[in-house]
Write a new protein. Structure first.
Length: 104
């Protein structure tokens, strides 16, 4: 198991829309993330800056690197591209976060 944390960025005024879309996450997307070995996935918002901070855990046999090739993942990225900063292929821009402290 490994943990990952990263930052993403919402466009101004999009926090409620981002929450609404995630409250209605597609079941097939949630299943795909689990099948890829992702669990304990949380996203937090800094309301002052629109920055999103995500943490997730990956099983040792994870297939996270396969997600970009999956049609449902591509559709989700397209669905979210109008409310957050994305790369040319609509994948959300991610900035890795460096672990600084952990209390077990």
């Amino acid at each position: 198991m490994t943990s990952h944390a990263f930052r993403m960025q919402l466009k101004p005024g999009m926090a409620e829309e981002y929450r609404r879309r995630h409250d209605e996450i597609w079941p097939e997307l949630a299943d795909l993330l689990r099948e890829a070995g992702i669990y304990d996935y949380s996203i937090f918002l800094d309301p002052e800056t629109g920055a999103l901070f995500a943490t997730l855990k990956l099983r040792d046999d994870h297939k996270r690197e396969d997600l970009p090739s999956r049609p449902v993942m591509r559709r989700w990225w397209d669905h979210m591209a109008d409310i957050m900063e994305v790369q040319p292929d609509n994948k959300p821009r991610e900035w890795p976060l460096v672990p600084m402290f952990y209390l077990a």
